[in-house]
Ligand binder design. Structure first.
Ligand code: PRP
Ligand code: URA
Length: 210
């Protein structure tokens, strides 16, 4: 699949293993989500354009590169995507943040929308969409639909765990976006949960399990 990048970095693999462990508690889980996101953002931002600018060091003037092109907007899919925001902000502190609220219906597994607030200048920004889990792909496809309807055109989607079904659905529905995946898992179970996955990401981030 074009425009899909699956992470190979040993640090990301190691931290995802810790994340999967059912004995990993809420605080450690949240920290790991943030750390993995930071490492993934490092990979996802490799192709950002640069332009040379003049800078004066304490020694002399020189020409040195700075990030060029569009400013960014970070767009978490609520709730679980919120856990990834600080990881991207650590790299790009000036980025704006938009929010898309989607909750998967437990029976149909279709996303139901309850909130959407995006910056009015979204068409001039690179949108970084965040959700740790890409399962059936319904939520991610819907979120990108909203962003495009609002005028966004340059979009990167970052997740931590993906199922092949969801990855294929998102890449087919939106072939123009770049998709970054921490790990591609085996598939979905009868409840549309990712296997082996890590369980319910939102519940594990916010401690609302059980
Ligand atoms: C989870 C997850 C994704 C979605 C993935 O959120 O964070 O948003 O499910 O599933 P999909 O690819 O099949 O659409 P959920 O709807 O459980 O909401 P939450 O983040 O508020 O827990
Ligand atoms: N949402 C989650 O949080 N986990 C899954 O495995 C699937 C959807």
């Amino acid at each position: 699949m074009e425009n899909v990048m699956i992470m190979e970095h040993p640090l990301i693999k190691h931290k995802i293993t810790l994340l999967r462990d059912k004995n990993t508690g809420t605080m450690e889980f949240r920290n790991l989500i943030e750390e993995i996101t930071m490492l993934e953002a490092y990979e996802a931002f490799r192709n950002l354009p640069l332009k040379n600018v003049e800078v004066e060091t304490p020694i002399e003037k020189c020409i040195s590169p700075k990030i060029d092109g569009k400013k960014m907007v970070i767009i978490p899919i609520l709730r679980a995507g919120m856990g990834m925001v600080n990881g991207v902000h650590a790299m790009v502190p000036a980025a704006k943040v938009g929010h898309i609220g989607l909750a998967r219906n437990e029976v149909t597994h279709e996303p139901e929308s309850y909130y959407c607030k995006l910056p009015s200048d979204i068409s001039e920004r690179l949108a970084i969409v965040l959700d740790p889990m890409l399962a059936t792909g319904g939520s991610a496809v819907e979120a990108v639909n909203y962003i495009k309807e609002a005028g966004g055109s340059h979009i990167k989607f970052m997740c931590i765990i993906a199922a092949p079904e969801g990855l294929e659905k998102l890449a087919k529905a939106h072939p123009d976006i770049e998709i970054y995946v921490g790990n591609l898992d085996r598939g979905l179970n009868e409840n549309a949960y990712i296997c082996p996955g890590l369980g319910d990401a939102g519940d594990r981030i916010y401690g609302t399990l059980g």
